[in-house]
Write a protein that binds this ligand. Structure first.
Ligand code: SF4
Length: 194
């Protein structure tokens, strides 16, 4: 796989840009090994932001993409889709979290910018090790085996059964209940344990 990384640094309005010098991060990214294109943009998850990524993939023949923005929980799927629409395997993508892990928790602009550069450098190193992946669908038998009939095992078996699946509960002793069945009463309600 060729090393042609594109780095996209998001400003998130002022969410990131008020603490991190995104222009400086993009400039630093241009000198990182494997990076052939880097830029910053106000809202990378917006339609124009995603278009920027798709166009850059085509224009610069990118093979890997790094977006430095928010948490992957927020927009990993968005950017994987943009990368795929740009013509790459969606897993040739990595996200650096320079918002929740940086601009939202730091005040010093210089140090936060340095940290953002480090996070981007790590994401670039990681994405260079990525391999294209395919989503596989595997048929499964929706039955469960729960081993151990103590409180946790019993509750697990009940939860699975209530979700509509067959479940087998296996217990090595003569009766279920585990340690709980050996206790007389339980604090604080003093209910009978059995
Ligand atoms: S990608 Fe994340 S950090 Fe960037 S504008 Fe969207 S929400 Fe904000």
């Amino acid at each position: 796989m060729k090393r042609r990384v594109g780095v996209f640094v998001c400003e998130c309005g002022t969410n990131i840009a008020s603490v991190v010098d995104t222009e400086k991060v993009a400039a630093a990214a241009k000198n990182m090994p494997g990076v052939i294109f880097a830029t910053n943009y106000k809202y990378m998850c917006s339609d124009p932001g995603q278009e920027l990524i798709k166009n850059a993939i085509k224009e610069h023949g990118l093979q890997q993409v790094v977006v430095a923005s928010c948490s992957p929980r927020m927009h990993e799927k968005t950017f994987r889709k943009a990368v795929e629409d740009g013509g790459l395997n969606p897993y040739m993508f990595e996200m650096a979290n320079i918002r929740e892990q940086n601009s939202w928790v730091h005040k010093d602009r210089e140090e936060a910018t340095q940290k953002a550069e480090d996070l981007v450098r790590m994401a670039v190193s990681k994405v260079l090790k990525h391999k294209p992946l395919k989503i596989a669908t595997i048929p499964i038998t929706k039955r469960a085996l729960v081993i151990g009939g103590g409180i946790a095992g019993m509750q697990t078996a009940l939860d699975i059964a209530e979700a509509g699946h067959k479940v087998l509960l296996v217990e090595k002793e003569a009766s279920i209940g585990g340690k709980m069945s050996q206790i007389d009463k339980t604090f604080p309600t003093m209910d009978c344990a059995a």
